[in-house]
Design a protein around this ligand. Structure first.
Ligand code: AVJ
Length: 318
């Protein structure tokens, strides 16, 4: 059974607010969740198959080795996945959770409706007897819509939490802890700090897919808000911010240019060399992940890493 819960108004309103607020700040910023329209979701899917993009394979190897232990340690009967995308890796969890006979319900949550519908239909077919209740929504705003009852494990994989700033992570983990009941748990995937060379290669791939993914932010504004960004007037600047321990992905205006964004009632004058930050991807240490979870009232029960120590999965229980 598939049901898709959707608030039809949530998208348009917050895009305008996000764009107005983000482009007025310094550096100018666009929030990464708007990268994931159908084109962006497809490009991200391609990124996960790039040889340079190690986080995907690293997390998958942890799930391949430990999904059974994760299922057993969580005791969950409902699996919720935030930012689920194509739910490709989720299958490893679903196989383990259904194999042990403990799972009755799966709730994928994603902003990308098309991707979510396809994934939900496929999963419902593959796991008969499992109730697949998909939620189209923003995991920073719609935690209250999560299904209730049973013992729940909320998986937030891929390192997506790295898109959030420290204050946003604090607010998000606090809000998540608030909607959980004692015994419910969180499985958090985090990319770990490593050499700048490997990090930069992962976000500046030879094939240029990541550049197209980041440029898609401008395509979304052109389409949704009638903006007139000229994509050729920007170059892609990914850099490793060693102090903040995060990748910082930006677009640089190659010339002075005026961009109008009628849908947000905005005219943007960009200087030559001016940058727009489209995404941060924070890298963590196992100890800081644990500290952030504990600060939110979630007690760390287990941590799994891959052999090279590139990526971590942390299970924390309320
Ligand atoms: C989906 C947020 C985990 O930060 O690595 C990949 C997004 N951006 N390449 C990441 C992304 C450019 C990705 N997350």
């Amino acid at each position: 059974m598939v049901s898709v819960l959707l608030d039809p108004d949530w998208a348009s309103g917050s895009l305008v607010d996000d764009v107005r607020r983000g482009l007025a700040s310094h550096p100018r910023t666009l929030p990464p969740k708007w990268l994931y329209d159908d084109v962006g979701s497809g490009l991200f899917d391609e990124i996960t198959r790039l040889p340079e993009y190690y986080p995907f394979a690293a997390e998958r190897s942890i799930l391949e080795a430990h999904a059974d232990e994760i299922a057993a340690a969580s005791h969950a009967t409902t699996l919720v996945e935030l930012g689920s995308g194509t739910s490709e890796k989720t299958r490893l969890l679903l196989d383990a959770f259904t194999g042990s006979g403990q799972l009755t319900r799966f709730t994928p949550v994603d902003v990308s409706e098309g991707t979510l519908r396809d994934a939900a239909l496929q999963l419902a077919e593959r796991y008969p007897g499992l109730a697949v209740e998909a939620v189209v929504g923003d995991f920073t705003l719609h935690l209250a819509e999560l299904p209730r009852g049973g013992r729940r494990m909320v998986a937030f994989l891929g390192g997506t939490i790295g898109n959030l700033y420290l204050e946003e992570r604090r607010a998000f983990l606090g809000a998540l802890a608030d909607v959980l009941e004692p015994g419910d748990s969180v499985l958090l995937g985090t990319d770990l700090v490593k050499s700048a060379d490997r990090l930069i290669a992962a976000y500046d791939d030879e094939a240029g897919v990541t550049e197209q993914f980041v440029l898609n932010a401008l395509r979304v504004l052109n389409r949704e808000l009638d903006a007139d960004f000229d994509l050729d007037g920007f170059s892609y600047i990914p850099f490793w911010d060693a102090h903040m321990e995060r990748m910082d992905l930006r677009l640089r205006s190659e010339m002075p240019q005026r961009v109008s964004i009628p849908g947000a009632d905005l005219v943007l004058d960009l200087a030559s060399g001016e940058e727009i930050r489209v995404e941060i991807s924070t890298k963590f240490r196992v100890s800081t992940v644990a500290a952030e979870l504990e600060a939110a009232g979630l007690g760390v029960t287990r941590v799994w890493t891959d052999d090279p120590g590139d990526f971590a999965l942390t299970l924390a229980t309320k």
